[in-house]
Design a protein around this ligand. Structure first.
Ligand SMILES: Cc1cc2c(cc1C)N(C[C@H](O)[C@H](O)[C@H](O)COP(=O)(O)O)c1[nH]c(=O)[nH]c(=O)c1N2
Length: 229
């Protein structure tokens, strides 16, 4: 028995890392083609196999096809996006305004992944000290879906420039259910090879070597050649 016994084959590993590195947040490149039901089912199953605190599985998936719900969501986006633009000055404000930050109507499918904060009762194993672990778990479901979608050739865009109360009302969510991720999904004309915000000069990827510390915050870890990766 060697330590690499449980390792995936080279091709499988390449596939996994490819999904990770080529996953993109998509806003503009959506095609009209519908996502077939069996493909959507695979994506939802991938999300449902995420880890969760105490195996709480706090997520629900709201599949939004109706135009009227999307229009309600778009209207809260527009209001919040206007407010967001006001936080910047001068050129940065103009730059912000030029960015496309949602594909709510253009994408063939919108999906809201929610977190039911009451699921599993008042004492969920592992959640007593850090209550937000239910939210963290739901984020992992989003990421599973996002990576599986990339492998299926489907783009996903996360829209968070939304008023949560208005979103909850549009989706008729009960009080204890938190609307964690509003996602736009669809096949795409292309996946950009870098984040759109980077391509458009908004923000660069940080060097990994500056983010990895030894023992304590601020101590460099010299043994790893991270930037050569
Ligand atoms: C929690 C959260 C919330 C948002 C995002 C992401 C996440 C994780 N992102 C996408 C974000 O801008 C994007 O992930 C980064 O720019 C990196 O690009 P790639 O995802 O690697 O393409 C995002 N994008 C956008 O156009 N409008 C939005 O409201 C949001 N909101």
């Amino acid at each position: 028995m060697t330590s690499s016994n449980h390792r995936f084959s080279d091709a499988e590993r390449r596939g996994l890392y490819r999904a990770i590195h080529e996953r993109r947040d998509v806003r503009s490149q959506f095609l009209h083609d519908e996502i077939p039901p069996d493909v959507l089912a695979r994506l939802l199953k991938a999300a449902h196999h995420a880890p969760s605190v105490g195996f709480m599985q706090p997520w629900d998936f709201i599949v939004i096809e109706s135009r009227s719900v999307r229009e309600a969501v778009l209207s809260t986006f527009e209001e919040e996006n206007q407010k967001a633009a006001e936080r910047f000055e001068g050129e940065r404000k103009a730059h912000y305004r030029s960015l496309k930050l949602q594909g709510i109507l253009e994408s063939p499918l919108n999906l809201c992944i929610t977190c039911d904060r009451s699921r599993g009762g008042p004492h969920v194993l592992g959640r007593n000290s850090i209550v937000d672990t239910d939210l963290f778990s739901t984020c992992l479901a989003v990421q599973n879906l996002w990576l599986a979608a990339r492998a299926e050739g489907i783009g996903v865009g996360w829209v968070s420039i939304l008023d949560q109360e208005q979103l909850s009302a549009a989706l008729n969510l009960p009080e204890h259910v938190y609307s964690l991720a509003y996602l736009c999904l669809g096949y795409v004309s292309e996946f950009l090879d870098q984040p759109e915000l980077e391509a458009k000069g908004w923000r660069d990827r940080l060097p990994l070597s500056e983010l990895v510390h030894g023992d304590r915050w601020g101590q460099p870890l010299t043994a790893l050649k991270l930037d050569a990766l």
